[in-house]
Design a protein around this ligand. Structure first.
Ligand SMILES: Nc1ncnc2c1ncn2[C@@H]1O[C@H](COP(=O)(O)OP(=O)(O)OP(=O)(O)O)[C@@H](O)[C@H]1O
Ligand SMILES: [Mg+2]
Length: 539
């Protein structure tokens, strides 16, 4: 039902209630008025009866006075009786009119009763007047005794009493009516009081009921809607419960509900889109930061490489100039001594030969590094037995220990250890490490080579009893041109271990410094399968 119709119904119900209450009050007022009129009529009737009664008494008195004071009273008797008769006729005519115009049967009946009384009284009064006239005539004739007898018999004990009784009865009937009217009045008053209280209670109840109904039908849905709108304004999508019934508020709530649903759906879509966007942004950020760190790493590598190259060329120049300067100096000194003997010249030449040999080795290493960086070092991988490689190494070691009092001992498993490797390059790496060990081993000590295979890795440990590595050296010995505090029996350029590491890495292997007390221990690990093909220098 529409709100307008609900309001109309509610107001209509209130109007009907008010109309009913007013009608009750009008009826009550009408009844009260009727009672009042009835009482007024009864009062008038009583008043007339009272006057009739006193006139009747006066008439009887005047008639009796005919006997005591004589005919002089005849005029008063006539006057009183005329007055009484006129009054009775007036009452009778009035009652006849009232009966003709009576509003109700009860009133008509009451007036008819009264008319009966009045007609009887009138009849008796006429007769009394006739008796009075006869008594006056008898008194005029001097027949006093006869007149007294008539008075005693017909007036005193007859008509006077009869008229008095009739008037008393009529008065009693009217009094009863007055009492009845008072009783009705009282009941009417009680009814009106009850009606007034009921009206107050009913009116209050109706007002409260109407307020509750309006609150339930209109205020609450509006407040729910207002709250939902506030929530929506603050970004919280709540949905109002649709108002019961299909009124305007119900339809409004339904529309709002649909709108809130649509907004919630859109919010959900937006949230999903935002989440996926955030995921994409996070992924992009991660990939960007990964690229940034890769770029930073590459940049750092390039910077390091640049520094290394700069340092490398400085080191190369220095390493080449030092022996060259020495060679030139020794040659010039020999040339400036004309008296130099053949033995002196031989010694000078032998030193020049040694230094040029050093330079040759240095140039070889530099060339090797240059070729490795250019990817020009070829590897010929094949199934290689480690024991055979070590046998070759031992042949080189014989040359290396020629001028040293150092022995070399090898421990290796009896079973063949086979790997994919370029045996020449592998031998070259091992010789570099062994050369260092021999160079740093004190005279009279042994350098040991321990070969074993465990955990899927081939391991070769080269140990000597020399000064060993400090912690700083262990971290830096694989840098080009790095030389530690111990220069060994034959100083070098600091290129051996970097070259060895590169060679081993091309085989999929590794090299590490393991400090032992006393001495040094360098461990080479290799995979059994080895690696395929060569690679450019990367460090
Ligand atoms: N067995 C060892 N005991 C003690 N120190 C060593 C040992 N092997 C290498 N070193 C230290 O490591 C440094 C670097 O060795 P690396 O073989 O690279 O260069 P080098 O031997 O000095 O010169 P190169 O090998 O180029 O002739 C050496 O200068 C030396 O101080
Ligand atoms: Mg060396």
């Amino acid at each position: 039902m529409k709100i307008r119709n609900k309001l109309l119904v509610s107001h209509g119900a209130l109007a009907v209630c008010v109309a009913v209450i007013c009608a009750f009050m009008l009826v009550a007022l009408e009844t009260t008025d009727r009672n009042r009129r009835r009482m007024a009529d009864s009062y008038e009737s009583l008043r007339q009866l009272n006057e009739l009664n006193s006139d009747s008494n006066r008439m009887a008195e005047q008639i009796s006075e005919l006997l005591s004071i004589g005919l002089s009273n005849r005029r008063e008797v006539t006057e009183v009786s005329r007055t009484l008769l006129a009054r009775l006729e007036g009452v009778r005519d009035q009652l006849r009119d009232d009966i003709a115009t009576a509003a109700s049967d009860a009133a008509r009946q009451r007036d008819a009763e009264m008319l009966e009384w009045i007609e009887v009284i009138l009849d008796r009064t006429v007769r009394l007047a006739d008796i009075g006239t006869r008594m006056a005539d008898l008194v005029a004739d001097g027949r006093i005794e006869e007149a007294r007898r008539i008075y005693v018999v017909q007036v005193e004990d007859g008509l006077d009493d009869e008229i008095s009784d009739l008037l008393r009865s009529a008065t009693a009937a009217d009094e009863a009516r007055v009492l009845d009217a008072i009783d009705r009045w009282d009941r009417q008053t009680e009814l009106l009081r009850a009606l007034a209280i009921s009206t107050v209670v009913l009116g209050t109840g109706l007002a409260v009921g109407a307020a509750l109904v309006m609150d339930r039908l209109v205020s609450r849905p509006i407040e729910a809607l207002a709250r939902a709108v506030d929530d929506l304004g603050q970004g919280r999508v709540t949905r109002p419960r649709p108002a019961p019934g299909g009124d305007e508020l119900g339809r409004l709530a339904t529309r709002f509900d649909q709108m809130a649903r649509a907004i919630a759906r859109q919010q959900g879509d937006l949230r999903t889109a935002r989440d996926s966007l955030m995921v994409q942004v996070a992924e992009r950020t991660a990939s960007l930061s990964q690229r940034t760190s890769q770029l930073e790493a590459a940049n750092a590598r390039l910077t390091r490489l640049n520094d290394t190259r700069t340092q490398f060329f400085a080191d190369v120049s220095h390493e080449l100039r030092t022996p060259l300067t020495a060679i030139r100096g020794q040659a010039e000194v020999a040339l400036r001594q004309p008296q130099a003997t053949v033995a002196d010249l031989r010694q000078t030449l032998s030193q020049i030969t040694r230094r040029s040999g050093q330079m040759g080795r240095l140039v070889d290493d530099l060339l090797f590094l240059a070729r490795s960086e250019a990817g020009a070092i070829a590897f010929a991988f094949r199934d290689t037995m480690m024991q055979e490689v070590l046998a070759e190494v031992m042949m080189d070691a014989a040359l290396l220990t020629r001028q040293r009092d150092v022995t070399i001992s090898v421990t290796q498993p009896s079973g063949p250890i086979v790997l994919r490797a370029d045996p020449d390059r592998l031998r070259q790496a091992i010789v570099i490490v062994l050369d260092n060990a021999i160079s740093h081993a004190p005279d009279g000590t042994a350098v040991t080579l321990d070969l074993d295979e465990a955990g899927g890795r081939i391991r070769l440990a080269v140990s000597d009893r020399g000064p060993g590595f400090t912690e700083d050296e262990a971290a830096r010995v694989f840098e080009r041109f790095y030389r530690g505090h111990s220069r060994g029996a034959r100083g070098g350029a600091g290129l051996g271990l970097p070259i060895a590491r590169w060679l081993l890495e091309q085989h999929g292997g590794a090299i590490a410094i393991a400090r032992t007390e006393p001495g040094a221990r360098v461990e080479i690990t290799l995979p059994p399968g080895g690696a395929q093909g060569g690679a450019a220098w990367t460090s």
